[in-house]
Design a binder for this molecule. Structure first.
Ligand code: TYD
Length: 200
């Protein structure tokens, strides 16, 4: 059975480490597992990633939102949709829900406007399950190793984004599973795997 799982949350919640752990465990269960990270994941999408995250460019909020949607449309068409069609489990380090939180609410562009452009590009490829990694923004920022143009916005912005994720979870309680990211990585992974296996 195919399943599209998205790992979401602010910076520093341990999404990338968790991604590797749960991908290995699910492969061990006998599933075909494909992992992707956004922004990026295809040559065109990686080129867009550079424009999005490099501190060298000045990028307007709507340019940012549209470029995130553009790289995502490419990743969905080239990688995610074909994998789901084969029956694979796709696990994404971030997804459309990052755009809803960071651009829709964080940048104040509006949830519905950002949702609409993403829906247009995604043609129905949408996460079935969002593992929402919850962590205090101050701890997340302190844990972050590499700073990019967006995380350089600092604590106030990250707090708005953290709150945005709670709003999104409230709107779609069946799609969102809250995971306390303040625990050890093994506890977090066990919890995340239970949520995924329940969904399967
Ligand atoms: P990422 O490489 O996942 O960084 P991190 O490991 O620090 O979470 O994402 C880079 C930045 O891009 C991060 O600050 C979140 C931001 N972002 C958005 O603002 N909108 C989006 O749609 C996505 C996918 C990421």
């Amino acid at each position: 059975m195919s399943l599209y799982v998205a790992l979401e949350g602010i910076e520093g919640t341990g999404k990338s480490t968790l991604l590797r752990l749960i991908a290995d465990a699910l492969s061990g269960d006998g599933h075909e597992v494909l992992t992707v990270r956004e922004p990026g994941g295809t040559p065109a999408a990686e080129a867009i990633r550079h424009v999005l995250l490099s501190p060298d460019y000045q990028v307007e909020p709507w340019t940012e939102a549209l470029l995130f949607a553009a790289q995502r449309a490419q990743l969905a068409a080239e990688v995610i949709r074909p994998a789901l069609d084969r029956g694979a489990i796709v696990i994404g380090d971030r997804s459309v829900y990052s755009s809803l939180a960071y651009q829709g609410i964080g940048r104040g562009l509006g949830l519905e406007a950002v949702r609409t452009v993403n829906e247009a590009g995604l043609c129905g490829t949408w996460p079935d399950l969002v593992l929402w990694m919850v962590l205090d923004a101050e701890i997340g920022l302190a844990r972050e190793d590499v700073e990019d143009r967006i995380s350089a916005e600092g604590l106030d912005f990250l707090e708005v984004v953290a709150d945005a994720y709670s709003q999104l979870a409230g709107l779609e309680p069946n799609r969102f599973a809250m995971v306390d990211a303040g625990r050890s990585i093994n506890e977090v992974a066990t919890d995340a795997l239970t949520r995924i296996r329940n969904k399967l």
